[in-house]
Design a protein around this ligand. Structure first.
Ligand code: MF3
Ligand code: CO
Ligand code: CO
Length: 304
């Protein structure tokens, strides 16, 4: 617990009592309302469905992994993801979501998120690429992503990917029943900044269930806008910090209105899992079969 005379969590350098203490006590000490619980806590049937959706999304990630190599186009990756999903009787959530044109997001190098697969985008040695897959299984969503290294990549890129992976993992380790939503940002941001990288503000994690993006917003950066939510058993949401090698600012492509790039052109990396808060802790619903076998939440392309 932060003391009155400790430095404020927002990084202003002021004492907590002179900075956010007052606004926090108004915002964070209100009891949860009935409506808040109804909106965000899944029924046992929904939880069973979320487990199935997460498991399929994980299988899909393991399926696509060996294809993510130099020479493949992101359009070919899209076709593989789409066909595997449909063949198993499920639906790619991205396709047509707010008119997104493809079944997977493929974000290369300085693309932060929402990269659109294209025949022209061919992976080459030295690239980093995030593959973000989301599937609808019997009406419920599984959402996860990984950043892959293509062949030998420069040391700074490799380091960025490691920090992004560990940032997601630290966020997962920090949550559990009774923890405040704000613990995610408070864990991730200092870790990322101590590695010389930055946390994107403009895109966040999110509640997930019958809808792709539902109540609530999961900020990975420290902000007074963080919602007043105590995590409770039955809540399902993502942790998916986007980490930049340079500045946190991003810009959206003015032609396709989707592709989000770092403003300064620096590299960006991301890992994502869909999570369930349980009575005793947290379950990563989108763990892949290979992650389950190895007892991890990540398939890192390098030795830890
Ligand atoms: N999968 C992304 C997320 O993690 C959202 C992609 S929206 C899309 O929230 F339309 F671009 F697919
Ligand atoms: Co997501
Ligand atoms: Co996603």
């Amino acid at each position: 617990m932060i003391g009155r005379n400790d430095p404020c969590w927002c990084g202003s350098g002021k004492k907590y009592k002179k900075c956010h203490l007052q606004s926090d006590s108004v915002k964070f000490n209100k009891p949860a309302t009935h409506e808040y619980k109804n909106k965000m806590i899944k029924t046992p049937e929904e939880i069973a469905g979320m487990r199935r959706a997460g498991a399929f999304n994980g299988e899909l990630m393991d399926y696509i992994r060996p294809y993510i190599k130099a020479g493949i186009s992101t359009e070919e990756i899209n076709t593989l993801v789409h066909d595997y999903t449909v063949k198993h009787g499920h639906t790619p959530a991205s396709l047509g979501y707010h008119n997104f044109p493809k079944s997977v997001c493929t974000s290369i190098n300085d693309v932060v998120c929402h990269g659109i697969p294209s025949e022209k985008a061919v992976l080459k040695e030295g690239d980093i690429v995030n593959i973000d897959v989301t599937t609808i299984v019997d009406g419920l969503h599984g959402d996860s992503s990984e950043t892959f290294l293509i062949g030998e990549v420069p040391e700074d890129a490799c380091n960025l990917v490691k920090i992004a992976a560990r940032a997601m993992l630290k966020g997962v380790e920090a949550v559990g029943p009774g923890k405040h939503l704000r613990i995610i940002a408070q864990t991730i941001q200092p870790f990322v900044e101590s590695g010389g990288c930055s946390v994107v503000h403009q895109y966040t994690g999110h509640g997930v269930g019958r809808k792709f993006h539902e109540h609530f917003t999961v900020c990975h950066h420290i902000t007074p806008d963080c919602e007043n939510i105590t995590l409770l058993p039955g809540m399902t949401f993502t942790i998916e910090p986007m980490i930049n090698l340079g500045n946190y600012k991003v810009i959206t492509d003015s032609k396709d209105h989707w592709t989000v790039r770092t403003k300064d052109g620096s590299l960006s990396a991301q890992f994502e899992h869909t999570l369930l808060i349980t009575e005793t802790g947290v379950e990563a619903l989108t763990r892949t079969p290979s992650q389950i076998a190895s007892g991890t939440l990540l398939n890192l392309p390098f030795e830890e």
